[in-house]
Design a protein. Structure first.
Length: 117
C-alpha cells in the first residue's frame, strides 16, 4: 500500500508561511526542522502532512496543482483564512453556482475552500 504522506509547497518566506498554514489548518510544526524546511503535522493526527520548502520558485497561473480544503461552514472559513493573510482570487470562468471559493496564501499559492456542509 502507498499513501500521501506529505504535500510540499515551495515558499520564499518560511516563517510567514509556517505561521499561515499552521493557523489555517490547525497543524503543528515538527520539532528539529532547519531554517529551509518545515514539516507541519495535523494536530489531531488525521490527514497528510504539509511540508514547506524554502526554495525560490515562480507562481504558475493557473497552478499545476492546488489544495482543496473542505469546510462545513465555507463562509466562516473563508473569512477566517482572509484574516490570516489569504486573499480571494476572482476567476471569470467560475460558475455562479460553484461550491468553491478560490483563495491564495500570502505568497500567491492558490487553494480552494469547498462547501462540504
Amino acid at each position: 500500500m502507498i499513501r500521501v504522506g506529505s504535500i510540499v509547497i515551495r515558499v520564499d518566506d518560511l516563517p510567514r508561511q509556517v505561521a499561515f498554514w499552521s493557523a489555517a489548518l490547525d497543524y503543528v510544526p515538527r520539532q528539529g526542522d532547519d531554517d529551509d524546511f518545515a514539516l507541519l503535522r495535523p494536530r489531531d493526527g488525521v490527514g497528510p502532512n504539509l511540508s514547506l520548502d524554502l526554495v525560490r520558485s515562480e507562481v504558475h497561473l493557473p497552478p499545476r496543482i492546488h489544495l482543496d480544503l473542505y469546510a462545513e461552514d465555507q463562509a466562516v472559513e473563508v473569512q477566517r483564512l482572509i484574516a490570516l493573510g489569504a486573499t480571494e482570487v476572482h476567476w471569470d470562468k467560475r460558475p455562479a453556482d460553484a461550491d468553491y471559493v478560490i483563495l491564495a496564501d500570502p505568497e500567491g499559492n492558490r487553494f480552494c475552500v469547498i462547501d462540504a456542509g
